[in-house]
Design a protein. Structure first.
Ligand code: PEP
Ligand code: MG
Length: 921
């Protein structure tokens, strides 16, 4: 940074020094305010201090940064004064500003804001003279003290259970005056409250409340910089993988007031429905209020559109007569301003080509837009909006696909309440359907309790009067969130939607008592720990725990998936071994089975006994007898899978786990087994003891089993091919791919392949018919990856078993890593859990080597992945770039992988185009 570095960018009066592309430097808020100025949206003038200054502050401290930008700050304040015709700290015509945070990506409510800055005993008088509205001026001053004291001077409730000293004064004053609403205070009341607020500040902080506006401004800017590092912001960034070094910008903007009387208002508007994705302009507002009142859920806001207002009334059981009198929409109370707001919304949505979340203020009949950003939305809304916008030609197919966060598709696939089970439960009440989903859990009343209960393995519903950013950690661990106050744009609603978590907000009939940890629903009192269930799509609250059922997939979801398939190069298969998993995966669009773990089939009733007899048999003869009993059962399983997959490839892996996993270890079960087999319990115990291994994961498993007991491989091959030939008679096509696990050398592979081929020939002779099949291997031992060229001479396909490959590359036991991985992640020794996100640097190198070597010796080698990473978006992208033909993952992750595969293709194409363009230049 040099003295020439521009530290501040101004905007106002249709001019701006920045634009929407400068989010890194000006934060989303600052960049979009500049852009709005450039396209003629009415925005109060202001300026943005860059994120560079935040970084400078955190590296060099307060004095350094204030000194560095002092001249620019002074000039920028002059700019606001000129634009507004006011003077900072003036006794007759004071300039008041807001000071807000704004990072590159929105972090709603995580950092701090100060409003009405510039007020003191002198300028409050100026504001009274200027507006002729003493009540408004004192209300603004008391709000300023309350906010500034909390944000800059640290005067606030110590914990979320403690009482807020300022709120206490307000409540006492209300009681003394016998009034219910803040709006009922007179100017004199508010003046007295302001004086009491100052006393609190002095008592709690030991300092006078600052009256010098420059001191106020410096303090607020530094406090916003500091809020970048507050606990909740750090936690939010960690949760959302936002780098800590980005820093926040600070936007200082001329105040406009929604609390100037009945012709003033403030609110939040969304250009589409953030819950469902419907193309419906909607939002909430409050007359005679400031912005924080809407978001904090302190007063329950009204809807901006007539339609929204009617829907709200229907949900809350409010009659049309009462609605239109007590809760009219903005469309009804201020029709002209509503039209202007709707027009601004339409302009902003088509300009930014995405759903906008807009903050607005109406000051005495004039509309101002304070902020616009791409709105947070539920998973379902994300899909609907992307598909609709593509069909409206607002965005192209590629943009529609790139706009979806693959991980959030999960929300759409999750179960909903079984309607018949819900009918049997007692309905406790109704709130607003703030974020869809179905959640059951035990009631807890604080974020800390939510964390404690979940640490003990309990499912919880966090119940709060309203939530604040302090509740974030509790919201993360809770199954769902219930609030008694606040609307669809309250903190709880917005944050829950962003997390894809079920939320019912503003359930006014619920009365919460934090002290006794109880909630009153109508006439019924429930205690902490009682089960309740929330339906975030209807807003209904139920007593007890409710069974769930599969969710219906929307047409938009299908459309999105078809679009994704058109753009993806890789196919997506599934890891499935039960008929139910196979069905689910097919419903989600799996193009085959990439891993059928046959051992899972052996655990079912009937099979496990034969399996145990096989393991405990004295000799090959005994094993063959038990295997002969298993054969028809395995064959039936394969027939069912092949017929469901109906001509799609099915990769069946031969027996993999160490045999001790199949035998009983308790005394009673061993006795039962001994009785069944007609041998002594002692013999059973001795045989089981002999299966003990010190490192079973590296022991007698995988192809080592098939090579020591070839009769197992023979039986499984026979079951697979007989199933395929039986179905062939019914004209059902099967495409079996027989996969050998844990191959380390080509000799191991070749030995197994010969057993398979001999068994196959025997089946073909018996049936006097044949069927095409492939023989391939998993690549999960580092040696196999390094000698992949040799192995590919024998294997017709590779499937990367990245669970074992990760285990053996790191030398971390899959079964024991839980003892140290959490600490490694916490301390930053590892960035990610390598069993969840593929380690591209190490394990990835082995994958790349194996692909290259494998293809060098067999051109048509088919290559896929079936480790857990096959359904993780970043790993799917890696697989695309490594040249794999398919990924295979668990059924519920199939849509995620389909989308991630399309995104990987699009990213690659875009990068290539960019490169070509650069080369041409
Ligand atoms: C693997 O190792 O990645 C794999 C898919 O096999 P399993 O998890 O069954 O060991
Ligand atoms: Mg494995």
């Amino acid at each position: 940074m040099t003295n020439q570095t521009q530290t501040i960018f101004t905007f106002g009066n249709k001019l701006a020094e920045g634009n929407a592309s400068m989010k890194e430097l000006l934060g989303g808020k600052g960049a979009n305010l500049c852009e709005m100025n450039l396209i003629g949206i009415p925005v109060p003038p202001g300026f943005t201090i860059t994120t560079d200054m935040c970084r400078l502050y955190h590296s060099s401290g307060e004095n350094q940064v204030l000194e560095f930008m002092f001249n620019d700050l002074f000039k920028a304040m002059q700019f606001i004064e000129e634009q507004t015709g006011t003077k900072f700290g003036d006794a007759t015509n004071p300039c008041l500003v807001s000071v807000r945070s704004g990072s590159r990506v929105s972090m709603p409510g995580m950092m701090d804001t100060v409003l009405n800055l510039g007020l003191n005993e002198k300028s409050v008088q100026g504001l009274i003279d200027k507006t002729g509205n003493a009540r408004f001026a004192w209300d603004s001053y008391r709000r300023f003290i309350q906010m500034y004291a909390a944000v800059v001077m640290g005067v606030k409730a110590a914990t979320d259970q403690d009482e807020d000293p300022f709120e206490n004064i307000i409540q006492e004053a209300k009681k003394a005056k016998g009034i219910k609403q803040d709006n009922d205070f007179t100017a004199q009341d508010l003046k007295e409250i302001t004086a009491r607020f100052k006393e609190i500040v002095k008592k709690e902080s030991g300092k006078d409340f600052p009256s010098d506006p420059w001191e106020q401004l410096g303090g607020a800017v530094i406090a916003v910089f500091n809020s970048w590092m507050n606990d909740r912001a750090v936690y939010y960034r960690e949760l959302n993988h936002i780098p800590h070094h980005w820093g926040t910008a600070v936007t200082v903007q001329a105040m406009v007031f929604g609390n100037m009387g009945d012709h003033s208002a403030t609110g939040v508007a969304f250009t589409r429905d953030a819950g469902t994705g419907e193309n419906l302009f909607n939002g909430e507002y409050l007359i005679n209020a400031q912005g924080e009142d809407v978001v904090a859920g302190i007063r329950t806001p009204r809807q901006i559109t007539i339609e929204g207002s009617k829907r709200w009334a229907a949900l809350c059981g409010v009659t049309e007569e009462r609605r239109s009198e007590e809760f009219p929409s903005l469309e009804e109370t201020m029709p002209d301003l509503f039209r202007q707001l709707a027009e601004a919304g339409a302009i902003l949505e088509s300009h930014f080509r995405d759903m906008q979340d807009i903050e607005f203020t109406i000051q005495e009949g004039k509309l101002w837009i304070l902020q616009t950003r791409n709105g947070k939305r539920t998973g379902a809304a994300m899909v609907k909006m992307a598909v609709d916008m593509q069909q409206e030609n607002l965005i192209g197919q590629q943009d529609a696909i790139m706009r979806i966060d693959p991980n959030r598709l999960d929300e759409l696939l999750h179960p909903i309440f079984d309607p018949s089970a819900a009918l049997k439960c007692r309905e406790l009440g109704q709130g607003l359907p703030a974020s869809p989903g179905a959640a059951s859990g035990r009631m807890v009343f604080s974020a800390a309790d939510a964390q404690n209960w979940t640490a003990d393995g309990e499912q919880v519903i966090l119940v709060r009067t309203e939530t604040s950013p302090e509740d974030l950690k509790g919201m993360v661990v809770a199954e769902g969130i219930l609030t008694a106050r606040g609307g669809m744009t309250s903190h709880a609603a917005v944050v829950a939607r962003g997390m894809g978590k079920c939320c019912v907000a503003g359930a006014e009939a619920v009365k919460i008592d934090y002290k006794t940890r109880t909630a009153l629903f109508g006439g019924e009192i429930l205690q902490e720990g009682d089960w309740i269930s929330l339906d975030g799509s209807t807003g209904r609250i139920y007593k007890g725990k409710i069974k769930t059922t599969e969710a219906e997939l929307s047409i938009d979801f299908d459309r999105l998936m078809l679009m994704a398939d058109l753009h993806a190069r890789m196919q997506v298969r599934t890891n499935a071994d039960t008929p139910q998993d196979v069905q689910t995966a097919k419903r989600f669009g799996a193009r085959g089975i990439g891993l059928c773990r046959t051992e899972h089939m052996f655990f079912e009733d009937g099979k496990i006994t034969a399996m145990r007899e096989m393991i405990l048999a004295e000799n090959e003869d005994g094993r063959r007898k038990a295997l002969a009993r298993l054969l028809p059962m395995q064959r039936r399983d394969f027939e069912s899978i092949f017929s469901t997959m109906d001509g799609l490839p099915v990769t069946i892996r031969l027996l993999d786990p160490p045999l001790h996993e199949f035998v009983p270890h308790e005394d009673s079960s061993q006795k039962r087994l001994a009785d069944q087999m007609g041998i002594s319990q002692k013999t059973v115990r001795e045989k089981i003891d002999s299966l003990h291994e010190f490192n079973p994961m590296l022991g007698h498993r995988g192809c080592r089993l098939g090579n020591t007991y070839p009769e197992i491989t023979e039986m499984q091959t026979r079951a697979i091919l007989e199933a395929a030939l039986n179905l062939k008679k019914e004209c059902i096509i099967s495409r079996p791919e027989i996969m050998i696990p844990l191959t380390g050398t080509v000799e191991e592979m070749e030995f197994q392949k010969q057993i398979i081929e001999a068994a196959a020939q025997a089946v073909f002779d018996d049936y006097n018919d044949r069927i095409d099949y492939l023989v391939g291997t998993m690549i999960e031992v580092p040696r196999a990856a390094l000698t992949a060229d040799k192995i590919a001479e024998s294997a017709e396909f590779f499937s990367f078993g990245t669970n074992d490959l990760t285990q053996m590359t790191y030398g971390y036991s899959r079964d024991d890593a839980g003892k140290f991985l959490p600490l490694y992640l916490e301390k930053g020794i590892l960035k990610h859990d390598p069993f969840q996100i593929l380690d591209q640097e190490g394990v990835g190198q082995l994958v790349n080597i194996a692909v290259k070597k494998g293809l060098s010796s067999r051109k048509n080698l088919k290559i896929g992945i079936c480790g857990e990473h096959g359904g993780e978006p970043a790993s799917v992208e890696f697989c695309h770039n490594a040249g794999l033909h398919y990924v295979s993952c668990s059924p519920y992750r199939v849509p995620i992988a389909r989308l991630a595969a399309a995104q990987a293709s699009i990213k690659q194409k875009r990068a290539e185009t960019e490169m070509l363009e650069k080369l041409q230049i």
